[in-house]
Structure formats: C-alpha cells, structure tokens
Design a protein around this ligand. Sequence first.
Ligand code: SAH
Length: 266
Amino acid sequence: MQIANLLGGARPGWRLLTTLSAVILSACSALPTPAPLASPPSAATSSPAAPDPYLAQRQAMVERGIIALGIEDPSVVAAMSAVPRHEFVLQEYLGQAYENHPLPIGLGQTISQPYIVALMSEQASVEPGDKVLEIGTGSGYQAAILAELSDEVFTIEILEALANSAAQRLERLGYTKIHARHGDGYEGWPDEAPFDAILVTAAPDHVPPPLVDQLAIGGVMVIPIGPVGGYQELWRIERLDADQVQATSLGGVRFVPLLRSGELDD
Ligand code: SAH
C-alpha cells in the first residue's frame, strides 16, 4: 500500500517518520477444513487442578510453531506455553487447537494463527505494568496471552454474540485482568487511554486516528492494514512524541476485515 495512506490522510498534524521492510509472513487466515480427532479430550471437563491432556500438544506447538519460527521473547514463549488454546476453539476444532493455523470461531470470524498471536505480542513489547488495548476480542485468546504479559487488558468486540461468549469464557478461566466489552473498536476505549500497547486483530485500510490518539508516548501499536479480502501488511507503529510516529513493516499477513458499527445489521 501507499505509505502516505497509512494514517488515512485524516491526521494533518501527524508526521510519519520512517518505514522499513522486513520478513514476509505466512498468511494467517487460510482456513483448514474441519477434521475432528477420533476422540479428542474434552475441554469441558478440564479444570485448573486436573492434569492438562493438551500439555504435550501445546509444548510441541510452542517448540515448532513459535520458537522455531523466531519468537525469542521468553515472556511471550511462557505466555504461549501457559494459555490453553483448546479452551478458545469450537468443539469441532478441538483436535486442531494446537496446529499453527487460524480456526473458525463462528460468524465468519477466526481465532488467529498462534505464531501471529506470538509475533504481535512480541512486537508490541508488552511488559508487566502495561495497560493494553486489543481491538477484535474474537475468542478471547489473544487477550488471554496479553493478560499473561501485562497488568490490565481492555478488549473490544463488535459482534455481540462473540463479545458475550468471550467475556463468559475469560471469566470462567479466571482472567480477572481482562475487561471485555461490546462495541466498535475503531473508536478505541477513550475513557481508559492512554495505552502502552494497542493490538488490532482485524484489518482496516488505514490506521484509525482515535487509536493513535490513545497510544501513550513511547507506546506501540501492532496493526494489519490493507484491502478487504486481500493480503495486508502488518505494521508496528511507535508513538515517538505528541505528533510523530514511526512505522515499521513486519511483512504480509491476512486478517478478517475491521468492520464498522454502521455496516452491521444489529
Ligand atoms: N483476537 C481474536 C481473533 C480476531 S478475529 C482471538 O484471539 O480470537 C477478528 C475479530 O475482530 C472478529 O471477532 C471480529 O468480529 C472483530 N472485529 C471486526 N471489526 C471490529 C471492530 N470495528 N471493533 C471490534 N472488533 C471488531
């Protein structure tokens, strides 16, 4: 895409400093066909006290799909090792919960590929004490990873049914640091700004100006930008001071589009 268009042309005061190109990533929303295991372990019966029947699968995913692909931050690796992804997928995809690809979560949406979740978390430089905003709660998985890394996570989902089910799931799993709400994330969460990190997990065709406004000085936003239905570019955008941002391209990705509340039926 045109670099000049990155900020949507909607922010006359903003100055874009530099752009760099980096690796090209694999697409993250090419969906597999459902292929349930013959007898997957039941997610419904797991509890914090019970042994985790998915532990070995999760460790294998972290070794092959996270560390081997270049994720180095030990706190991100620990978070990916800790969060039970099988709790965030639909029953019919339990057998694929630890494969390194996205999976459908209903309503045309997806839980992202584990590697992309790890990459975005690493690039956002999330640390203990940080206040983090996620746009696109979906299943709640990325929010759970962020909660392992930071003190407070705010997450917004535009589809009410997904917002409700994710909020219930996160509560059931004990993620008390996560505040989830239903709404249009394009506008951010102004009452809770500024944020040390913002992760956008659905793709707009420009950076929503309210999100830049809500980024703390020194804060980082990780966001896919590009046309609906096509490949996008993943950007790391650091707010250097009141009116300068530095954008770095992290390569090509594929996300579901960022929807706007005016486009929905409900
Ligand atoms: N982070 C999610 C996966 C994201 S899929 C997870 O870990 O499971 C992208 C999500 O963004 C979808 O659930 C979609 O409904 C939501 N979304 C799309 N446009 C949005 C908007 N404007 N505000 C908030 N959520 C949005």
